[in-house]
Design a protein around this ligand. Structure first.
Ligand SMILES: Nc1nc2c(c(=O)[nH]1)N[C@H]1C(S)=C(S)[C@@H](COP(=O)(O)O)O[C@H]1N2
Ligand SMILES: [Mo]
Length: 333
């Protein structure tokens, strides 16, 4: 079986070059040796993302491990019925076993195994910069203070795979209200955890760790922008960015930074992880736009990760009624 992990975002199979193959194979060999040593390999790679019976058992154990002790706390929360899907929900086992989380692995099927090392409790997030009341919040306190709800959103990765999942969380705007943004704040910057001892990905110095992303204030305070704490009625699995990640459903997945420790309001447009690694690719303000191809592939269609079905991509991932007003089409790169 071919496991190919290129330097940046994944290339569609047909466009892979021998160089990408070489690069990824080298990486994969290292990873597989480590896995065999810890006898975790199991059925993780079998069928390219389809879980074997024992994997499914493991995933149930994982779900229990990440659950809040006691009565399960606020999970499962009430669904906000306002946000409706045009397609079936992706079964949970796919959303939690096909992940991008480069701190742990460049291989989507291995992320889940490496991410076991992530320690999510206690976890606090610092919210500061151009705000009147900079504060550090414990994630568990934020959930109690702001409440959480379930929302069904489409999710689209820049690599042209897609899913439809029930996220759980609170609007980012509610969190920003707590710190009282100053009038001079124009952007919001998000920073993921920086613990090289937790993830082998940090050792790759070609990347400017920790992972960081950004939004404009208008994007950050849009009603769709969700600080996410859960998935499928339970706390977020580690591989999906526990205990706190961003979800911006009209933008490519790279915007939704995982396992966030810092949120900073700025006047100047912040740099982002991917703009530093691949400056010739999508810019800060990139949205899902089917007619704006990636330099290496088309974005006209997307592949559902569970069925493999191809669907036509939608402008702003189908969320134009909420966000088209934020953009002048043609202005984004
Ligand atoms: N910290 C961090 N956040 C990240 C990434 C990452 O590598 N590190 N990958 C991004 C990309 S490219 C995608 S598509 C989504 C994947 O989220 P999922 O694994 O929950 O589907 O996470 C985003 N957030
Ligand atoms: Mo992505």
């Amino acid at each position: 079986m071919l496991i190919r992990v290129p330097k940046g975002w994944e290339l569609p199979e047909s466009e892979a070059t021998p160089e990408d193959d070489y690069y990824s194979r080298r990486r994969f060999l290292g990873a597989s040796r480590r896995l065999l040593a810890s006898s975790l390999l199991g059925g993780a790679l079998v069928g390219g993302g389809i879980l074997s019976a024992s994997e499914e058992e493991q995933s149930k154990r994982d779900a229990r491990k990440t659950s809040t002790p006691g009565d399960g706390g606020p999970y499962p929360p009430k669904r906000n019925e306002k946000y409706v899907l045009d397609r079936p929900l992706t079964p949970e086992k796919f959303a939690i076993s096909y992940n991008n989380f480069y701190e742990f692995s460049f291989n989507k099927q291995l992320v889940r195994l490496y991410a076991e090392k992530l320690v999510t409790e206690p976890w606090s997030v610092e919210v500061g910069g151009l705000v009147a009341k900079p504060q550090r919040f414990e994630v568990t306190d934020l959930i109690k203070k702001l409440g959480i709800e379930e929302r069904l959103y489409r999710f689209r990765c820049v690599e042209a795979w897609a899913m439809a999942v029930p996220w759980v969380g609170f609007p980012l705007s509610k969190l920003l209200d707590l710190v009282e943004p100053l009038g001079s704040a124009k952007y919001v910057r998000f920073v993921s955890f920086n613990k090289p001892e937790w993830g082998p990905g940090f050792a790759d110095t070609a990347y400017p760790w920790p992972y960081f992303e950004g939004l404009t204030m208008a994007e950050a305070t849009n009603e769709l922008t969700l600080m996410t704490t859960g998935l499928y009625g339970k706390p977020l699995p580690k591989q999906n960015g526990a205990p706190l990640r961003l979800i911006v459903p009209w933008k490519y997945g790279f915007k939704s930074a995982k396992s966030i420790v810092k949120i900073e309001l700025t006047e100047k447009r912040p740099s982002t992880f991917w703009n530093q690694v691949l400056p010739q690719e999508y810019g800060f303000d990139a949205n899902v736009e089917p007619d704006v191809p990636h330099p290496r592939w088309s974005q006209a269609s997307e592949r559902m990760i569970d069925t493999g079905q191809r669907r036509k991509s939608q402008l702003y991932n189908g969320y134009g009624e909420y966000v088209a007003k934020l953009y002048k089409r043609g202005a984004s790169k």
